[in-house]
Design a protein around this ligand. Structure first.
Ligand code: AP5
Length: 215
């Protein structure tokens, strides 16, 4: 499958993407994970991105398009991909459209995960993420705890709270989402690609996507 996953911070894009990868081997491409990996590795990209990310602001479009232009050329994308957290602005969506035409790739759908704001606030403050950059499993102390508190079930590394999970940064991420990313729902409706799903349950969201795609 070749999908875009849209949704506010905490809507469950990462969780749903990980479930979908198990169905047909499509690869999850999370710009947030790529950027956090660059910050941890201390690369030039990471140094440039860190300030924006910690404050809950978007990283400049040009940086993101450089990353994605290269990432979509990698071999593992041939089996399909789930774009998690990209595109995030209308200019990114326009640039992606051009890039896909150049690569002769057709998207199946843009799936919007729709979750009420109070649920989102609760999820983000209780999320824990595996600190191992090659794992990055997602947990939730309330709804999806690891078996041993603070330890990843999959790789045994420590689970941590992300740097952008302070209340102030979460508030800014939600405001940025409303201003810059929410208009993409209309954009993909206009492109005839939108599937809107109520995503208070990730399993229901996955079932709706697979039903639409017949997989
Ligand atoms: P990014 O990493 O993309 O963060 P985000 O969009 O804010 O999304 P999240 O990862 O917070 O949420 P999610 O929807 O994946 O939710 P999850 O599945 O974890 O971006 C981080 C930063 O990088 C940005 O702020 C920006 O600075 C930069 N950036 C990234 N991409 C960019 C771009 N394209 N352009 C510019 N800048 C960019 O779920 C959340 C929690 O809820 C978890 O604890 C999970 O266990 C729980 N949960 C999920 N589903 C359920 C459910 N059904 N029931 C109960 N609990 C659930």
């Amino acid at each position: 499958m070749k999908l875009i996953l849209l949704g506010a911070p905490g809507a469950g894009k990462g969780t749903v993407a990980k479930l979908l990868t198990k169905i047909d081997g499509s690869v999850q491409i999370s710009t947030g994970d790529i950027l956090r990996g660059a910050v941890t590795a201390g690369t030039d990209l990471g140094k440039e991105a860190k300030g924006y990310m910690d404050a809950g602001d978007l990283v400049p479009d040009e940086l993101i398009m450089n990353i994605m232009g290269e990432r979509l050329l990698e071999d593992d994308c041939k089996n399909g991909f789930l774009l998690d957290g990209f595109p995030r602005t209308i200019p990114q969506a326009d640039a992606l459209k051009e890039l896909l035409v150049k690569l002769d790739i057709t998207l199946d759908m843009a799936v919007n995960l729709d979750v009420p704001r109070d649920v989102i606030m609760d999820r983000l403050t209780t999320r824990r993420t595996c600190s191992n950059k090659d794992c990055q499993a997602i947990y939730n102390v309330k709804s999806m705890p690891s078996k041993v508190e603070g330890i990843c079930d999959k790789c045994g590394s420590e689970t941590i709270q992300r740097a952008d999970e302070t209340e102030e940064a979460i508030g800014n991420r939600l405001a940025t989402y409303n201003e810059k990313t929410a208009p993409l729902v209309e954009y993909y409706l206009g492109e005839g690609l939108l599937l809107n799903v109520q995503a208070t349950s990730s399993d229901v969201a996955v079932a709706e996507v697979t039903k639409q795609l017949n997989v």
